[in-house]
Ligand binder design. Structure first.
Ligand code: FAD
Ligand code: NAP
Length: 325
């Protein structure tokens, strides 16, 4: 079991972590990126990406992330295939982390870019039809349903916002909710109910996503009525699961300030967490925007602030060493 020491330890290899790495490496911090179970992050589970700046044509999510990794490595980042299982923030800086491999990682500054995962229903057809009619991101995939019909599953703010957003593309949007009332804010509900393109199906649970992943993709949803238990089929071209996101923050529970939904709390307008020297960027600290470009932007901010922190930290270390002589 090895020990890896760096000035800048980054946990997570999505757009946030890799952008932090690009900036950190160019600032001479020789970052180590611990990739986690999903090297490249959430964009590796999608196909077409059309809203990341710099590309006139559609690019593929996995390709984009390979390019980001290659760029980060080209400027001096080391990426490691490991997952952080334990962390010690209390005695840092430097901060110590232990990987699934047993290796230890020690970083003078820590950048947390562990992202968030959309929650899925876990019903038949959902996985097989993922990217073929089933999605968890209307901003990302809504464009593909221009002139088509879509359903949004969920009853919170995200579901209502997704439904409203999809009206820009789809001909008809149906919100499917398992209860008879929404939990979304009233102002959003008012907009939803007033929209001529949106219908709501109440008290319906999605039992299965139907269709052929090899030909045509999603064609219908199998629904169960929560009151009568009656089963029905609802034909639709696209379905957006919007039942919430879960930030990957279990490691930091009790160690860093989090909001009620488990997102890391940062000083407003900065990537600074509640512990000096620990920075957070991307979806792990942002439940509002959740886009690759915003994740990359906050990754950049984390690296810039990490560099400033490190300059002071190293200066103080130098002074302490001098005083001890
Ligand atoms: P993530 O991409 O979630 O990456 C998190 C990283 O942390 C992963 O590498 C993971 O392995 C790692 N990690 C987690 N825990 C640990 C651990 N304990 N140890 C080590 N590593 C760990 N956005 C767009 O802008 N355009 C799109 O077209 C688009 N399409 C999307 C399609 C889908 C299907 C999905 C799910 C999302 C889409 N998004 C899109 C959203 C976008 O992918 C996210 O906003 C973005 O990836 C967030 O980046 P991130 O770096 O914060 O986190
Ligand atoms: P949420 O508020 O937790 O709502 C999740 C919705 O999905 C609920 O309606 C829930 O149903 C439903 N749901 C959960 N599991 C389900 C399942 N297995 N099957 C069917 N339905 C299921 O999540 P969110 O909407 O993503 O919001 C998360 C947080 O972000 C909230 O605090 C929200 O206010 C905030 N947010 C704010 C904004 C904004 O301010 N504009 C935008 C988006 C999100 P039940 O209602 O029956 O529980």
């Amino acid at each position: 079991m090895a020990t890896h020491t760096t000035r800048m330890l980054i946990i997570g290899s999505g757009p946030a972590g890799l952008t932090a790495a690009i900036y950190g490496a160019r600032a001479g911090m020789e970052p180590i990126v611990v990739q986690g179970l999903q090297p490249g992050g959430q964009l590796t589970i999608t196909t077409d990406v059309e809203n990341y700046p710099g590309f006139r044509d559609v690019v593929q999510g996995p390709w984009l992330m390979q390019e980001m990794q290659a760029q980060a490595e080209h400027v001096g980042t080391r990426t490691v295939w490991d997952t952080i299982m334990e962390i010690d923030l209390e005695s840092g800086p430097p901060f110590r982390a232990r990987g699934d491999s047993g290796d230890e990682y020690i970083g003078d500054v820590l950048v947390i870019a562990t992202g968030a995962q959309a929650k899925w229903l876990g019903v038949p057809g959902e996985e097989a039809l993922g990217g073929k009619g089933v999605s968890a991101c209307a901003t990302c995939d809504g464009f593909f349903y221009r002139g088509k019909t879509v359903a949004v599953i969920g009853g919170g703010n995200t579901a209502v916002e997704e439904a409203l957003y999809l009206t820009h593309h789809a001909t008809e949007v149906t919100l499917i909710h398992r209860r008879g009332e929404l939990r979304a804010e009233k102002i959003l509900q008012d907009r939803l109910f007033a929209h001529p393109k949106i219908n709501v199906l109440w008290n319906k649970r999605v039992e299965a996503f139907l269709g052929d992943p090899g030909a045509g993709g999603l064609s219908a949803l199998q629904l169960a009525d929560m009151q009568t238990l009656e089963i029905s089929e609802f034909p639709v071209n696209g379905a957006f699961v919007a039942i919430g996101h879960a930030p990957s923050t279990a490691l930091f529970k009790g160690r860093l300030e989090m909001d009620a939904n488990g997102y890391l709390v940062v000083e407003p307008g900065t990537p600074k967490t509640s512990r000096p020297g620990v920075f957070a960027c991307g979806d792990v600290m942002d439940h509002t925007y959740r886009q690759a470009v915003t994740a990359a932007g906050t990754g950049c901010m984390a690296a810039l602030d990490a560099e400033r922190f490190l300059a002071t930290f190293e200066y103080l270390q130098g002074e302490q060493a001098q005083a001890a002589e």
